[in-house]
Design a protein around this ligand. Structure first.
Ligand code: SAM
Ligand code: SF4
Length: 390
């Protein structure tokens, strides 16, 4: 069981909710999905999930300090992980019966799955117009990018926290920077753009590198997104004080750049996007996000401020773990077994109903009835980011 932070107690479990261990928050709102609930993957707070994140594996070949322990985790048995056919069936239920409009493949590291290209090809055959993207650490991507594109992958996100070999190796505990850079370039060359880069900043390790990382991304034409570190590390070492906040990120970048809000609608995206201009004598004071920028736009940068500026009220995500469990939120402590039901012979309609029941119970924010990853009643999930599918 997950342990609450010191001095707090876990929320009480409501009665009669099948498949759930306890439903935090939502006082006064019926836990069971009513018969007249809206169609699709709706929840008690009026949100509708249309963006599906599906984890292909819990395995990974890196050991990022903010995600995995140095020794790795105990991997799931092969039999416990969804097969290619099972993945295709679950996506079919999501798209055809529940209104899923976008699919992101993730992990663990999706590239370690030997049948990755076949899975994407099968998904593409069934869903010719579905946007299918993938989040990867990029190791081995140089050899697979063209095949992934040919199979029907739409776009790619590559995680890249540093351009310095030593810093990269310190953060990922593996000396693979060159391989990742080759992967990013290969993805762009294969037509998997716009290539987005995900960077997590760690205090005293790569935080001061952020303007250089942005300069490199702008020059290459990649869209960099900084992600606030979340308490989803297997080591449970996250502290609010050590986390680099979105405000700090804007401040760090403002030494060289002027950021102004991207006029395009955010449309439920986790990243808040900014247009980037070079700071010049005529620019606003350092540290400011100005509405009156000067000079040409060099590109955009995104900041995913899950901790300090959460976007839970407009969340459109539903998650399936590698072993086929539904997670309605990254911070859910409840999981619903979809794969077990599928293997027991359930119909598509029965699978859809279990998925809807699970999503109905989606917590309001951060796995609770309020935001606050540093709140005393926040309980870090047992699963690390790699085991959920980030
Ligand atoms: N292995 C792939 C990768 O690294 O891109 C896909 C899975 S990884 C869990 C997905 C994303 O989650 C990565 O961009 C990674 O940086 C991010 N991530 C992992 N742990 C995190 C944490 N504790 N806080 C914020 N982001 C995290
Ligand atoms: Fe692996 Fe991605 Fe986690 Fe890094 S962030 S350890 S690459 S799953």
């Amino acid at each position: 069981m997950p342990q609450p932070r010191e001095g707090s107690s876990p929320p009480a479990a409501p009665q009669g909710v099948s498949g759930a261990q306890g439903i935090p928050g939502g006082q006064g709102i019926p836990a069971a999905r009513p018969a007249d609930a809206p169609a699709g993957l709706t929840d008690r707070y009026g949100r509708r999930a249309t963006d599906m994140r599906l984890s292909l594996t819990d395995k990974c070949n890196l050991r990022c300090t903010y995600c995995m322990p140095a020794e790795g985790l105990e991997w799931l048995a092969k039999q416990a992980v969804m097969s290619a056919d099972e993945i295709v069936r679950i996506v079919r239920v999501g798209v055809d019966l529940l209104g899923v409009r976008e699919l992101r493949l993730t992990g663990g590291e999706p590239l370690v799955r030997a049948d990755l290209v076949d899975i994407i090809a099968a998904l593409r055959r069934e869903h010719p117009d579905l946007p299918i993207s993938m989040t990867t650490n990029g190791v081995g991507l140089d050899r697979k990018a063209a095949a992934l594109k040919a199979a029907g992958l739409t776009r790619i996100n590559v995680s890249l926290d540093s351009l310095h070999e030593e810093t990269f190796a310190k953060l990922t505990r593996r000396p693979f920077l060159d391989r990742v850079l080759a992967g990013v370039d290969a993805a762009w060359a294969a037509g998997l753009g716009p290539v987005k880069l995900n960077a997590v900043l760690m205090r005293g390790i790569n935080d001061t590198e952020s303007p250089a990382l942005l300069a490199w991304a702008l020059e290459k034409g990649y869209e960099l997104r900084f992600i606030e570190q979340m308490p989803l590390d297997a080591d449970h070492g996250w502290t609010r004080r050590n986390m680099i906040t979105a405000a700090e990120i804007r401040e760090l970048l403002s030494a060289d750049y002027v950021l102004s809000p991207d006029p395009r609608a955010r449309d439920g995206a986790p990243a808040e996007r900014f247009e980037v201009r070079l700071r010049s004598a005529g620019s606003a004071a350092a540290g400011s996000v100005t509405a009156e920028p000067v000079g040409p736009v060099m590109g955009t940068v995104g900041i995913i401020a899950s901790v300090t500026e959460p976007f839970c009220s407009d969340c459109r995500r539903t998650r399936i773990t590698a072993e086929g469990k539904i997670m309605s939120c990254l911070f859910s402590r409840e999981e619903f077994d979809l794969l077990g039901l599928l293997r027991a012979g359930a119909t598509d309609q029965e699978l859809a109903e279990r998925w809807q029941d699970a999503m109905w119970l989606k917590p309001k924010a951060h796995g609770m009835d309020h935001v606050g990853l540093d709140a005393p009643d926040f309980v870090q999930p047992d699963r690390s980011m790699s085991a959920i599918g980030g």
